[in-house]
Design a protein around this ligand. Structure first.
Ligand SMILES: O=C(O)CCC(=O)C(=O)O
Ligand SMILES: [Fe+2]
Length: 202
């Protein structure tokens, strides 16, 4: 693929625009993450948020880490996956992050409420499935306090990013490796905090 093709890729029928590759690569090198505004086209985002409003969520406890709810059956989650399962996006991610090859993506919609236990403690997402990068996309329409996503380096614990999903449709892509770990803070008020959370595999 030529560098011209990589600088302005557009995804799918909605022609979602990926951020310019050089700036994205520079941002990722510093914070091991990259914010991708408007990752979902507005029309698609509206449909997916509509699916989320009608969705059923099941309680899910992650042993030793915390609790959240997961969309079951995964209707909105599957719609997001269809958007992300694109070789052009995989090539963009490989060029931006240096994580290669990317061959697949998995994920689902999760939500947390301001109640005891709804949070995720420090973890690395390394579970043997070939996870190379994490992605979260804001899908909520209710404001909330707390609920920060935080990532730090290992072993030194230097802070890398703190990110709050305030704008629906914005994606955060972050490194999954033994060099870093992340957590999600509990909500203090408002919400629910509702995000698609997934992984690019390779
Ligand atoms: O909710 C998030 O922002 C990230 C969730 C997460 O880290 C996970 O599901 O492993
Ligand atoms: Fe995680």
């Amino acid at each position: 693929m030529t560098s011209t093709a990589l600088t302005t890729p557009r995804l799918g029928p909605f022609e979602t625009v990926l951020p310019p590759i050089d700036a994205a690569r520079a941002a990722f090198a510093i914070s091991r993450s990259q914010v991708w505004p408007d990752a979902l086209d507005r029309r698609l985002l509206t449909s997916i948020m509509g699916l989320c409003e009608r969705a059923v969520f099941a309680s899910n406890t992650v042993e030793g880490l915390g609790h959240r709810e997961i969309e079951r059956p995964p209707l909105a989650g599957t719609a997001v996956l269809l958007m992300l399962r694109r070789p052009l996006l995989y090539r963009w991610l490989e060029a931006v992050t240096g994580c290669a090859p990317i061959t697949d993506v998995e994920g689902r919609v999760v939500r947390t409420w301001p109640r005891p236990g709804d949070e995720l403690a420090w973890h690395d997402d390394l579970n043997g499935k070939g996870r190379r990068l994490g992605i979260t996309i804001g899908l909520g329409s209710n404001a909330y306090e707390g609920g920060l996503f935080e990532m730090r380096a290992r072993p030194g614990k230097e802070p890398l990013i703190q990110f709050r999903h305030d704008a629906a449709g914005t994606a955060l892509v972050f490194e999954v490796s033994s060099r870093c770990e992340h957590r999600v803070h509990p909500l203090v008020a408002g919400g629910p905090r509702q995000v698609f959370t997934g992984w690019f595999l390779g």
